[in-house]
Design a protein around this ligand. Structure first.
Ligand code: DQA
Length: 143
């Protein structure tokens, strides 16, 4: 099975961006670790990042044909985007939502996520390890 791992706006700056909140690991590090764990779990992972809402919607549409599961850190679009939620609702397989930080411990506007209405589960505040945990859960859901 193939799993798309999607990342929203500003996550390209991971490692440089507010390291006190998001840590020093880069998105390239996460991609490499997901690729390695995916192999162990028998999953092919495809990793994406975009700062553009429409590109994320388009990539979710591609997942309809190309992926069995989606792991998504929608970043700020979690809190704003009905379009990303609607796109995920066109996808048949499991969706797992990841946030590096604990969004519930932060500003009130981060407490609500549209994407959570569609997600099987949400991982928040477990740092970049959240991606690995999501991948393990995805392997059980698809296995
Ligand atoms: C985030 C949390 C969001 O509130 C924020 O806008 C992000 C990253 C996280 O991974 O903790 O960009 O999704």
């Amino acid at each position: 099975p193939t799993v798309f791992i999607l990342n929203g706006p500003n996550l390209n700056l991971l490692g440089q961006r507010q390291p006190e909140i998001y840590g020093s690991v880069t998105l390239a590090d996460i991609e490499r670790d997901c690729d390695a764990l995916g192999r162990e779990l028998g999953l092919q992972t495809r990793f994406f990042q975009s700062n553009h809402e429409g590109v994320i919607v388009d990539t979710i549409h591609e997942a309809r044909q190309q992926a069995q599961g989606i792991i998504i850190n929608p970043a700020a679009f979690s809190h704003t985007s009905v379009a990303v939620l609607d796109a995920l609702n066109t996808f048949d397989g499991p969706v797992i939502e990841v946030h590096i930080s604990n969004i519930h411990k932060r500003e009130a506007f981060r407490h609500h996520s549209y994407v959570s209405l569609r997600a099987e589960g949400v991982i928040a505040g477990l740092g970049v390890e959240g991606y690995q945990l999501a991948l393990r859960r995805m392997a059980s859901l698809l296995g």
